[in-house]
Design a protein around this ligand. Structure first.
Ligand code: FUC
Length: 807
């Protein structure tokens, strides 16, 4: 029965590993080796990233270590900034934008003007005793997302060779296993290559190749580098011989080989580079070398699956699902392939697990993968959209734990940003502008026309509040989120200024910009939306924690004076304080729609007029050719309850901005760059199509444990292309885990598990009723509040099943 199926899927997930069939829908697979980097398959454990090419004669594992960056601990604020601040504002109020930008360039910007860059380590190269053009049969290269395992296999002259590769978080290593079904057939040479000029490759202990490299100076900053990398590949051969030859290890006639790849730098934190990379590698290798491959793999998979299996998604399967992944991408748009959307969704979750784990750096512009010394935009953390987008799927798709590196970075940035607040603005609290790097830069960089954007840190801070809303973790709220949010709010208490054009009626933020367009201005809409979100969080958190009553009163009073959202002459939501939006503007940034998604102050249920204006603005923008912008549109249209437009953006993302290995292509049609943001923002948008929980229930505050703080909207933007499907494990604000099954485009049933015991308020177009059967407790008293809203009390740990009322 369908009901039992949905519930049992949920239980299976909770009970842990189950066998996944060979024809798993969770695999990327190919019938030939990767030629380009964007065809190779990514593995990662947060600390290390690897790209597996699967060449027949040469296997190339291009790898990264998350702390290998150019530069060194440093302070970059301009000592002349604070006295220029008021002059810059006055020039802007007087309409002299170019003069304001010039003055800001001279006095206000970071020194040096750019931040540092993330860099590749290089490649572990395995050169096999096979001709480059060896004829092979049954070639297959795949990435199993559930097993977190990349596999290459082929048959050559009757022997089937197999390579299995994974990046283990528990072991902090990349592990490679080479086998053949004929004994003594494994012969190869192993060595490292690297683009860093300062490098040395050698062999130690008779079985380990060692790469030593110094980071390469950033061309734009010229700051000397203080980070050094050590990588060690330890070769454990079974049978055959291993010998050293000129910086390489030569293996002859082995039956099987395990290679353990460790990499580390001397980075401790943004102020300290005193670690010993060699000792770090040695420690990890020592802990792993006594273990069998199967043991290392089992520990890795248990760790990975505990996260990855928390959410399942089935959108149905068509004939296209039998094709290699690169061919499936080519035919999106011609053939229905809902399974590819589900694969893309799970690939995004896989990437987040592989690039962001407690103790690692957060996912940067390329996650933790890059093959370059000078990757686009330094592969740093661009915080005017990209970094935040990386974390949009974390809470809703059951990967809350993967957001920990972001929170740790925000803690660092909030410390670094206090100095910037003081030196640039003479303000309390902390501020960060539109980028940060591993040295936790918070100053404005690049150019005053887009680098002076003081709400980057504030946007990041909202992620800590969201974490609380999803998990109800009061300890986290008290000790980590609240201090950051409060100091963030204090910065704006001190820096919001009266707008002379509204006779001082409105408080506005500036100098600033609406990210990356329109130049330096006062009062872009996005800033005010974000500041309101931060103030709201502090108001509510201080009440929950019963602290700072005075500040709460102050923020409540200020809140009403912050310039409101405005509807302009085309019926659009104004991006700027002035009604100057151009309906022909196709800019990739959708900044003023922040209040729709990921913010929530504009929503269909409560602010229909602004919702309509936001849709006008989004229609004006068109779809464009930028991956992350499309991913943002998926979520935006879903929040605007426009299922078909949300789906169209998702399909465009898959067909135009997706590489053969499913990596996002930032600009469609160009060779470079890969950017991970859309790989993560796309799945977050898809989750918004299936469940939403951003609408606050005004009759109840979170401090009321029996109330329903948020409405859970089931299938709010389900597109026609996915008439049937099933999702399990999605999380909502207020602490619910949601499984939904639907048929003929309508909800069939849902199971809602309560983790916090909050009241539950369900909104669904299909009328639903609570059912008393199965695992759920007897149906509690449930009263329909309005036609499409159902509300009921819940107990912690209990599941509640809803079914379409008509059935
Ligand atoms: C912002 C975007 C660009 C790019 C960069 C990393 O500057 O406007 O498109 O994504 O970040």
């Amino acid at each position: 029965m369908r009901c039992a199926t949905l519930l049992s899927v949920g239980l299976l997930v909770l009970q842990g590993p189950t066998a996944v069939a060979e024809e798993s829908p969770l695999r990327l697979w190919y019938d030939r080796p990767a030629g380009r980097w964007v065809e190779a398959l990514p593995i990662g454990n947060g600390h290390m990233g690897g790209m597996v090419f699967g060449g027949i004669a040469t296997e190339r594992i291009q790898f990264n270590e998350d702390t290998f960056w150019s530069g060194k601990p440093m302070d970059r604020q301009s000592p002349e900034a604070v006295e220029a601040l008021d002059r810059i504002r006055r020039l802007l109020f007087d309409g002299k934008q170019k003069d304001a930008e010039k003055l800001a360039m001279e006095k206000f910007m970071a020194r040096p003007l750019r931040q540092e860059t993330y860099q590749t380590c290089g490649d572990l190269v395995l050169t096999f005793d096979l001709p480059e053009d060896a004829e092979t049969e049954n070639y297959r290269r795949d990435l199993d997302l559930d097993a977190a395992l990349a596999t290459v296999s082929f048959t050559h002259r009757g022997t089937t060779y197999r390579r299995e590769m994974f990046a283990s978080y528990p072991a902090r290593l990349i592990v490679i296993r080479l086998t053949a079904d004929t004994p003594g057939k494994i012969s190869f040479t192993a060595s490292f290559t690297t683009p860093h000029v300062d490098n040395r490759v050698s062999v130690v202990d008779g079985d380990t190749v060692l790469l030593n490299a110094g980071a390469t100076t950033h061309k734009g900053t010229r700051v000397p580098c203080e980070l050094r990398l050590e990588a060690r590949a330890k070769i454990l051969a079974e049978g055959g011989s291993v010998s050293a030859s000129d910086g390489a290890l030569v293996v002859r006639g082995a039956d099987a080989v395990t290679i353990l790849l460790a990499a580390a730098t001397n980075y401790v934190n943004w102020k300290d580079v005193s670690a010993n990379p060699g000792a770090r590698c040695a420690e990890r290798l020592k802990a792993a070398e006594g273990k069998r491959f199967a043991e290392l793999l089992a520990a890795h998979q248990e760790d990975h699956r505990a996260l990855f299996r928390s959410v399942t998604l089935d959108l149905g399967t068509t004939a296209a699902a039998k094709l290699p992944t690169d061919q499936r991408i080519k035919q999106v748009g011609n053939e229905p392939d809902p399974g590819l959307a589900a694969l893309y969704f799970q690939f995004g979750r896989y990437l987040l697990v592989a690039s962001s784990r407690p103790g690692s750096q957060p996912a940067n512009l390329q996650g933790n993968w890059t093959a370059e010394l000078f990757p686009p935009w330094d592969s740093k953390w661009t915080i005017n959209i990209n970094t935040e987008m990386n974390y949009w799927p974390a809470e809703v798709t059951g990967l809350s734990q993967c957001a920990e590196p972001l929170f740790a970075m925000v803690e660092d940035v909030s410390v670094a940003g206090r100095r910037t607040a003081k030196m640039l603005y003479g303000a309390r609290g902390w501020v960060a502008h539109h980028n940060t790097d591993i040295w936790r830069g918070t100053e404005p960089i690049n150019n005053s026309n887009h680098g002076i954007w003081p709400t980057g840190g504030a946007w990041l801070a909202t992620h800590l509040w969201e974490h609380y809303l999803f998990t109800g973790d009061r300890q986290f709220l008290a000790t980590r989120a609240y201090p950051i949010l409060k100091q963030c709010a204090l910065f704006f208490v001190d820096t919001l200024v009266k707008d002379p054009r509204s006779d001082g009626k409105w408080l506005i933020c500036g100098p600033s910009n609406s990210p990356e367009q329109g130049g330096l201005v006062m009062g872009p809409a996005m800033d005010h939306q974000i500041i309101r979100a931060v103030f709201n969080a502090v108001i509510e958190a201080s009440a929950i924690l019963d602290t700072d009553a005075e500040l709460r009163g102050e923020l409540l009073a200020l809140m009403d004076r912050i310039a409101p959202n405005q509807i302009g002459r085309f019926g659009q939501l104004q991006e700027w304080l002035e009604d100057k939006d151009d309906p022909k503007n196709r800019h990739r940034h959708l900044s003023h729609l922040w209040g729709v998604f990921p913010g929530s102050e504009i929503c269909v249920v409560k602010t229909p007029a602004f919702t309509k204006a936001a849709a006008v603005s989004l229609n004006h923008r068109g779809m464009g050719n930028v991956g992350w912008s499309l991913a943002w549109q998926v979520g935006l249209w879903a929040r605007l309850a426009e299922a078909e437009k949300s789906y169209a953006a998702y399909r465009a993302l898959l067909s135009r901005n997706t590489n053969p290995n499913l990596f996002d292509q930032c600009f469609s049609g160009r060779a470079r760059p890969f950017q991970i943001d859309a790989n993560l923002g796309g799945p977050a948008g898809l989750a918004e199509m299936l469940v939403q929980s951003h609408v606050r229930n005004d009759e109840c505050r979170l401090s009321d444990p029996k109330g329903a703080p948020f409405e859970i909207s089931l299938l709010p933007a389900l597109p026609l292309a996915w008439p049937e499907g099933r999702v399990t494990g999605l999380r909502t604000r207020g602490g619910f885990v949601v499984d939904i099954a639907w048929e003929n485009g309508e909800l069939d049933e849902a199971v809602i598990r309560s983790t916090l015991g909050n009241g539950c308020r369900i909104r669904c177009k299909t009328p639903v009723k609570l059912t008393p059967d199965g695992d759920a407790t007897p149906a509690p008293e449930a009263g329909t509040v309005r036609k499409d809203v159902l509300e009921f009390a819940t107990d912690v740990g209990r599941s509640y099943r809803l079914r379409a009322a008509e059935r």
